[in-house]
Design a protein around this ligand. Structure first.
Ligand code: CMP
Length: 139
């Protein structure tokens, strides 16, 4: 259902800080259906692959290190226009630039440790969902 799903992840530091519950509550209240969810930990290789689009960036190594440093919460969210709606809910990549009320404004501590990931396109929503969830886990 391209257009109606996005892939989201609560990042290691937000998990460590105990923000899973509050972040899920915001997602719920915003009208997303959490169709798949799991706690998992990315291996270094997996983090490299997941963020391979940023391979040429200076922050790539640190990002891979950070994303494989502890458990994450991975999920597939359903809502009409899910990618855009979720990106608006989480706010700017840099929490200092995120609007009041957004998840990153509330729970992010830096650009790297920005609490949550959200897919940036319908195409990537499908690729990223497939990366974390097998077909039999999707309902
Ligand atoms: P995310 O939405 O997961 O997608 C790519 C991630 O790279 C982004 O969130 C940030 O955590 C990270 N990122 C983007 N730009 C920078 C930057 N300038 N410095 C460090 N990390 C960055």
């Amino acid at each position: 259902m391209a257009g109606n799903i996005t892939f989201a992840m609560i990042k290691p530091y937000a998990v460590k800080q105990g923000f899973i519950g509050p972040i899920l509550a915001i997602i719920n209240e915003a009208g997303f259906r959490i169709s798949c969810i799991k706690s998992t930990k990315l291996g270094r290789k997996e983090a490299e692959i997941f963020y391979s689009i940023h391979k040429s960036k200076l922050f790539y190594e640190d990002l891979v290190e950070f994303m494989s440093s502890g458990p994450v919460i991975a999920m597939i969210l359903e809502k009409e226009n899910a990618v855009e709606e979720f990106r608006s809910l989480i706010g700017h990549t840099d929490p200092a630039k995120a609007k009041d009320g957004t998840i990153r404004k509330k729970y992010a501590t830096s650009v790297q440790s920005n609490a949550v990931h959200g897919s940036d396109s319908d195409e990537n929503a499908l690729i990223e969902s497939d990366f974390f969830f097998s077909k039999k886990d999707r309902y």
